[in-house]
Design a protein around this ligand. Structure first.
Ligand code: GLY
Length: 565
């Protein structure tokens, strides 16, 4: 009987999977709407909601919950994130559901008795968990702008978790690794195993009953289904048992916030992105302002001069990020107007030497944090409402701990705070004040969900995972579309580099930069480090000639897809 059910489910899901393989990494057209996410099933869930008459916020909520089931390395209910929403009337708003430090957190939480950072403690221990924000953020967005009933948006995720879905090769690679983790990563041991205790094989149906139960409580009770009642009780009990510090009070006090977006311009385009506690919007707009000052007609795309200029822009934006940014609710005087101004960009631009690399000086400021397991999706509906949503567990599968009774994994976002006041070093540990740990403070993020508008309508919806590299991969993709008029899939796949000021090096995509360019950059004084890939971008552009949305899912995604209708 069990075998028969499995076979039946596989047949049911077959069309989706055939579709997934053709959709991944291809550009996709949608006259009425589009969802581009890191998992084809989650994109399909979002499209179903659009087809039922839901708006982009409804589809985003459903997609986010579906990703918590189908893309658990970053899709989540145990983490946090940001939404940028552009409504069809041209108004733009954002939702901040970044995790918060628990009430018991202290500035020296991750230090030894000499005041030094205990290596790894801010990412690999139960104290690295921030108070999750995802459910609160999605619920607030629904209260403000949702049109379909909340329960209808959570139900598809309950179905995916309870009925299961076929294990993909992409997930299986990670499942093998995670299933071998030691006992301290309690939940991971059995996360990907079937009733016989065997790792689920590709094509076999993977069910997550505990997660389905948690999602059912969220479906039935909204925000309170997570932050009060049995889920909150179990989170507190689990934390107590493991030596964590999150309590029911932390959960009851958690609030998501609607914030004004940051706005910049590039030529005729308007750029809307996330304000602090994300650093993404500030750095993106600063870099676009710098690039606007360059005569890009005279600098060939991907030439040595181009990579040098882009790298120098990155260094400057990341130095400013490290020095100035943190949670605005704890830093009322963040110099946002100055950092975003065209005059400030001019000063920054004027000291770029086009013949040699500038030096990053750790006695000033820099940046280290590296959370690669974030996920981004972009959504647009038939009325032109657009959502750019990035959310995260910080590392892949977050802290890799969680209660098996609840079935979800906690973030390790506390590692995004500056761990030791005053200590900034060439490895990139930052010690500036705005991002030190304090109870109920939100840690600085690099997530950069962005919407670019032309003539008051969404023109580009874009974002990526990748820790600090997010800012730079989004920046280069935005530049590729706005300045070089690249098709969205080409803009996503084009070579990217990453410089974050400290460490003082350009990371580049190993198989995409020509060896001649690399050599010429080294002669200019740049240090170069190869990496396999930068970014997993999920984007939508509008083609005004065809009057159609065009979606592109990064080929670096394991199971992602653009789905349009
Ligand atoms: N977790 C990555 C970030 O927020 O930047």
């Amino acid at each position: 009987m069990k075998k028969l059910n499995v076979a039946l489910l596989q047949i049911l899901y077959l069309p989706i999977f055939i579709c997934s393989y053709s959709a991944v990494n291809a550009q996709t057209y949608g006259k009425n709407g589009m969802v581009v996410s890191d998992n084809v099933l989650a994109s399909e869930v979002g499209i179903d909601i659009l087809k039922k008459g839901g708006n982009a916020i409804n589809a985003s909520i459903a997609t986010a919950f579906a990703l918590a089931v189908t893309h658990p390395e970053a899709g989540n209910v145990g983490g946090g994130g940001f939404i940028v929403l552009m409504k069809s009337d041209g108004e733009v708003t954002t939702f901040d559901f970044r995790e918060k430090a628990p009430l018991k957190a202290t500035p020296d939480l991750f230090q030894d008795s000499n005041g030094n950072l205990i290596e790894g403690s801010n990412h690999e221990t139960i104290k690295a968990v921030g108070v999750p924000g995802t459910v609160a953020g999605l619920y607030l967005a629904h209260q403000k702008y949702g049109s379909l009933p909340w329960a209808d948006l959570v139900q598809p995720a309950v179905n995916l978790a309870g009925n299961g879905f076929p294990m993909t090769w992409g997930l299986y690679q990670v499942a093998l690794r995670m299933s071998e983790m030691d006992e301290s990563y309690d939940i991971m041991k059995n996360y990907f195993r079937n009733d016989e205790g065997l790792v689920i094989q590709p094509g076999e149906i993977w069910k997550q009953q505990a997660l389905a139960n948690t999602l059912s409580l969220i479906r039935d009770h909204g925000h309170n289904g997570f932050y009060l009642g049995p889920v909150a009780e179990e989170i507190e009990a689990y934390m107590k048992a493991k030596g964590g510090i999150i309590t029911k009070e932390d959960l009851a006090k958690y609030n998501a916030i609607e914030r004004k977006p940051l706005k910049g311009t590039y030529k005729d385009f308007e750029i809307y992105s996330m304000p602090p506690p994300s650093s993404g919007g500030v750095a993106l707009i600063e870099m676009m302002n710098l690039m606007e000052l360059a005569d890009l007609n005279k600098i060939e795309f991907n030439s040595t001069a181009y990579v040098h200029l882009v790298g120098e822009a990155m260094k400057r934006a990341f130095a400013d990020r490290a020095e100035h940014l943190g949670d605005p609710d704890f830093n009322p005087d963040l110099p946002l107007d100055r950092l975003l101004s065209k005059e400030f960009a001019k000063k920054r631009f004027d000291n770029i030497d086009m013949t040699k690399a500038s030096l990053s000086d750790s006695s000033k400021y820099g940046q280290l944090y590296d959370g690669s397991s974030t996920t981004h999706f972009s959504v647009v509906d038939k009325d032109g409402n657009a959502v750019s949503l990035t959310y995260t567990l910080e590392h892949s599968y977050g802290v890799k701990m969680g209660s098996s009774k609840l079935g979800f994994i906690f973030n390790n976002e506390m590692g995004d705070f500056n761990p030791v006041a005053g200590v900034t070093n060439s490895r990139g540990q930052i010690g500036s004040n705005p991002n030190l740990i304090a109870p109920e403070k939100r840690m600085l993020s690099s997530m950069t969900p962005t919407i670019v508008a032309k003539d008051g309508k969404p023109y580009l919806i874009i974002g990526s995972p990748g820790g600090r590299t997010i800012i730079n991969t989004v920046f280069q993709t935005v530049l590729n579309v706005l300045e070089y008029d690249m098709r969205i899939d080409k803009a996503i796949e084009a070579m990217k580099i990453h410089h974050q000021w400290l460490p003082d090096e350009i990371r580049y995509e190993r198989h995409l930069m020509s060896p001649d360019t690399r050599y010429a950059l080294e002669l200019m004084g740049h240090k170069l480090r190869p990496v396999n890939n930068l970014g997993v971008l999920m984007g939508i552009t509008y083609d005004p000639r065809l009057k159609v949305y065009v979606g592109g899912a990064d080929s670096a995604s394991k199971d992602g897809a653009a789905v349009g209708y």
